[in-house]
Design a protein around this ligand. Structure first.
Ligand code: SF4
Length: 380
């Protein structure tokens, strides 16, 4: 498959809002992890050689967890082996190779090794430039580390940098969102991913809220900060090409864009998902169970689901409306009235040629817009 995702599950601790599938470890079992992933690749290839096509890899994404906790030589071995397996050894920058990193891990040494191993894009988990807020989030970095990491990456030749920021935090934190946006923009990243805080079950944040220690943020804070980000970023030449992602100079994430356009992808590592255009499958989430399965030569796939035509259609509509490509109205049985006439009147969407595209106000209501379209039976 042309898009490869690798899940690196290790973190040094759990952030207060995070419910991702992670393994908290003081010592990172890097060698075991690299061997396990390469073993899984062989298991996948033996079952379906077409899943590892030579010369066709377009994107490779190291996500987590915290990929930057892997020692640089482990990342180097992993990337070299994977790129070789896909026959992507020459002209490596033809493949977009992204690694997620926490700012405190990025040194000149890591950045240099990563660049040499093929990494040409880094997504930095900045989240905020306010040390108080970072402490509340249980992040391991302080604000100064973010700029230092950007500097180290650029010095090593990695200039395609994305910053993640979280907005809509509880009011009591008195987080200055505009200041955080300014500080992020002052670093000149090519890409920004902005996520509203959500309260997930079984997280420290959910426990704080259930015992009354934290008041969840009000909906209007989410809307105000989301719209502020749109206007501030647009003024600096950034364009939101997806509900949570903005870039300048067309430096979109090619990997994530593949997800949003419904392309097939292969996922390796614990909890990784794969999609072949028809069915989705996912690996066991726990690192020890994953490692045991592949060490025994068994597939670590926990389960799979074949999407029904209705599920695929719902997904197609939802993914299309998430992006600035929008939904082609020619794929609807009839013009999207009356459901979407209301959206157009209220400024939640606009027609660009033959495509229905959400505005920022519409993206705030994305779920109800998709429900509108799919409930009225207007979808082909
Ligand atoms: S570093 Fe990322 S994956 Fe790890 S706990 Fe924090 S938010 Fe979750």
């Amino acid at each position: 498959m042309p898009h490869l995702y690798l899940h690196v599950p290790f973190c040094v601790r759990r952030c207060s809002y995070c419910d991702f599938s992670i393994a908290v470890r003081k010592r990172i079992p890097a060698r075991e992890y690299v061997e396990a992933v390469l073993e899984e690749l062989e298991i996948v290839r033996a079952a379906d050689p077409g899943a590892v096509p030579r010369g066709a890899l377009k994107t490779l994404y190291l996500g987590g967890g915290t990929p930057s906790l892997l020692p640089p030589d482990a990342v180097s071995t992993l990337l070299t082996s994977l790129l070789d397996a896909f026959g992507a050894t020459s002209s490596r920058d033809a493949v977009e190779v992204t690694a997620e990193a926490n700012p405190e891990d990025v040194t000149t040494e890591i950045a240099t090794v990563w660049r040499r191993a093929g990494v040409n894009r880094v997504s930095l988990g900045a989240q905020s430039f306010d040390d108080r807020v970072l402490t509340w989030m249980h992040r391991s970095h302080d604000a100064a580390r973010i700029g230092a990491a950007v500097h180290a990456l650029r010095g090593a030749g990695i200039d395609n940098i994305s910053l993640d920021l979280i907005f809509a935090l509880p009011a009591e934190l008195q987080r200055d969102w505009e200041r955080d946006l300014e500080l992020a923009l002052s670093l000149g990243p090519d890409h920004l991913s902005l996520y509203g805080l959500t309260v997930e079950e079984r997280t420290p944040l959910a426990r704080w809220i259930s015992r009354g220690a934290v008041v969840p943020p009000a909906d209007d804070r989410y809307a105000d900060e989301y719209l502020l980000a749109h206007s501030r970023l647009a003024a600096s030449g950034y364009r939101f090409y997806e509900v949570s992602n903005a870039c300048r100079d067309e430096r979109r994430s090619r990997h994530n864009s593949a997800y949003w356009s419904g392309r097939p992808y292969l996922g390796l590592g614990p909890a990784a998902h794969s999609y072949d255009g028809r069915a989705r499958r996912w690996n066991v989430a726990a690192w020890p169970a994953y490692a045991r399965a592949v060490a025994a030569g068994c597939s670590p796939v926990e389960s799979r689901e074949v999407l029904t035509p209705e599920q695929r259609e719902l997904e197609r509509v939802y993914l299309a409306l998430r992006t600035d490509a929008g939904l082609p109205v020619t794929t609807l049985h009839r013009p999207p009235w009356p459901a979407t006439a209301r959206w157009l009147e209220r400024g939640w969407a606009e027609l660009r040629g033959e495509r229905l595209v959400c505005t920022p106000q519409g993206w705030l209501r994305l779920d109800s817009l998709v429900r509108d379209l799919t409930d009225v039976g207007a979808v082909a």
